[in-house]
Design a protein around this ligand. Structure first.
Ligand code: SAM
Length: 294
């Protein structure tokens, strides 16, 4: 696809406001408006007034959201971009835009944990905060918990490799701790793959957009979310080892002996499997068996 017109527009805007793309801020500006419209269309109507956009940059995504009638709170770390976005977008669209200058990682977790309104995240995410953001969101979601959870979902563009890790299937090379936690807590789908030449400057890798929201229906629920998450964390430290050699009651913090562990693993017929072969539901069931016996 030819992005030359949008590329020219981005170059001119950057030069007008007196800046250049900053690598440390993960600034790769999207050039394809059909992708930004596609992302905006994935936001469910009921969360249209609850959008937090991380890193609006020059506003390609922000504009698509505002054009859909959304109210957008945009958090931008780069002071120059933050102070120019209202002008770049212009009236009347910018009337529903609230700019927040700052680091999203200092703002979003608090809004999810202690805020008093729903949070729906939309972003072409700077690559260096993907893991912290998703890890932080997952940590705050208790499977089956009956507490107010302000995180309602997200439509987020990640580097393709990170996207593949979070949505990985059991048995695949990229299946790991974050895949188990993401799959056990979220419903999701891949919206679109985005080739790397859709950005300026062109990054080293392609991107992928994932839409996700906390699950509401479960096959199994952990009796103790802490044991579940410690178990998953622990066994993936040695992903190539068989479970009989890697489930360690002491580091999970349960009062069981190795014979008890062996008995449970044998009974579940998973003794000789490796962590990468266990589905999220099997991990939950295993954590429940450990909890029951401890
Ligand atoms: N949304 C724009 C687009 O799609 O063209 C820009 C996306 S660019 C990949 C990432 C944006 O996030 C940049 O504008 C960058 O300055 C901003 N950013 C980087 N780290 C951030 C952080 N910790 N909090 C908020 N914004 C951040």
């Amino acid at each position: 696809m030819d992005h030359s017109m949008e590329l020219e527009r981005v170059r001119v805007t950057l030069s007008k406001i007196g800046t250049r793309p900053i690598y440390a801020y993960g600034q790769n500006f999207l050039l394809d408006r059909s992708i930004s419209r596609n992302i905006a269309s994935e936001v469910p109507d009921r969360f249209i007034d609850n959008i937090f956009e991380i890193g609006p940059g020059l506003g390609i995504l922000t504009k698509a959201l505002l054009a859909r009638g959304a109210k957008v709170r945009a958090i931008e770390k780069d002071g120059i971009l933050a102070s120019n976005l209202h002008k770049i977008i212009g009236p009347p669209l910018n009337e529903r835009l609230e700019m927040i200058r700052g680091d999203a990682m200092n703002i979003i977790p608090g809004r999810i944990k202690d805020g008093n309104e729903d949070v729906f995240i939309v972003s072409n995410l700077p690559f260096n905060i993907s893991s912290r953001l998703i890890g932080g969101i997952l940590d705050q979601i208790i499977i089956g918990g009956s507490y107010p959870n302000h995180f309602k979902g997200g439509v987020i563009m990640f580097q393709e490799e990170f996207a593949n890790r979070i949505i990985s299937d059991p048995g695949s090379k990229t299946y790991g701790r974050i895949s188990v936690m993401f799959r056990s807590k979220m419903d999701f789908h891949e919206v679109i793959k985005v080739p790397r030449n859709s950005f300026f400057p062109i990054p080293k890798v392609n991107a992928s957009v994932i839409a996700f929201k906390p699950k509401t229906e479960f096959n199994v629920i952990p009796q103790d979310n802490d044991i579940f998450s410690k178990l998953v964390h622990d066994v993936f430290l040695n992903r190539r080892k068989k479970l009989k050699n890697t489930v360690n009651p002491r580091s999970i913090g349960i009062d069981l002996g190795m014979e008890d562990i062996k008995w449970i693993l044998d009974d579940m017929e998973i003794t000789d499997l490796r962590p990468e072969n266990l589905s999220p539901d099997t991990f939950i069931t295993l954590s429940n068996r450990l909890f029951d016996l401890a």
